[in-house]
Ligand binder design. Structure first.
Ligand code: NAD
Length: 228
């Protein structure tokens, strides 16, 4: 059985990485328009850099939780039959041991040179405008997809969804497209669909089955079911 798992901010919540729509519609106290758009970067690059520098620095203080660990256990068991598509920019899936992860919204630990378009692994700050290791020009930006930009890996994701027998969505609000539409794509190609989320999401009605609860409990229980 081929499984596609879509994860969102909710899977990392129990690791201590705040989601952004839950409490106040803000992301760590910021309006999304002020920190996660090309316009924000064009007008206030220092604010945007500081925001992502803080998020990147905070990664060292968090650990994968049982939901990430369970998905890594599932990959150990079924290998290439599992692909994770994540909207998250943290590295908790990889640190739990998952290797088949498509980061459709980019990664905090990566920088993108606006001059030479090189992608480089980056764990330090960017606000001090370091030179690109590839071309030397100080034009590195966070390698994340901002609102209004095209997500990464979309053709590959379409193939994953088309081949999936089961599509599972974990901890995502269903408010950000195109990810929110993946359930319909997977269904169109014939997959069964399951949603695991703390609260009913904007797209819960589109799933064949929806289970409410914490990812740290729901995901390990579901993996146990699959591995039977
Ligand atoms: P969101 O913040 O819009 O929604 C989070 C969802 O997770 C909600 O539906 C909520 O009910 C659910 N949730 C909260 N705690 C949960 C738990 N313990 N168990 C299960 N579900 C839980 O997140 P989104 O839909 O992923 O969209 C947010 C966008 O913001 C993403 O595209 C991402 O790029 C970015 N973001 C990323 C991170 C991260 O990398 N960890 C964190 C915040 C925001």
């Amino acid at each position: 059985m081929r499984i596609a798992v879509l994860t969102g901010a909710g899977i990392s919540a129990e690791s201590g990485v705040p989601t952004f729509r839950d409490a106040d519609g803000l992301w760590e106290g910021h309006r999304v328009e002020d920190v996660a758009t090309p316009e924000a970067y064009a007008t206030q690059p220092d604010v945007v850099h500081r925001f992502y520098d803080e998020r990147r620095a905070a990664l060292v203080n968090v650990e994968p939780n049982p939901a990430h660990v369970a998905l890594a256990r599932l990959e150990d068991a079924i290998g290439e039959d599992l692909t994770i598509v994540t909207q998250n920019i943290d590295d908790l899936h990889e640190r739990a041991g998952s290797t088949r992860v498509l980061h459709m919204h980019g990664e905090l630990n990566s920088a993108l040179c606006r001059f030479c378009e090189a992608r480089v692994r980056w764990t330090g700050p960017l606000a001090d405008l370091p030179p690109c290791p590839n071309c030397g020009v100080p034009e590195l930006r966070p390698d994340v997809v901002w609102f209004g930009e095209v997500p990464y890996h979309l053709p590959e994701i379409e193939v994953v969804l088309a081949k999936a027998d089961l599509f599972v969505s974990v901890g995502t609000s269903g408010a950000v497209y195109p990810a929110a539409g993946f359930v319909q794509v997977a269904r169109m190609y014939g997959a069964r669909t399951l949603e695991l989320n703390l609260l009913t999401s904007d797209v819960s009605d589109l799933f064949l089955e929806s289970r409410l609860g914490r990812a740290g409990e729901l995901v390990p229980a579901w993996v146990d079911e699959v591995l039977g």
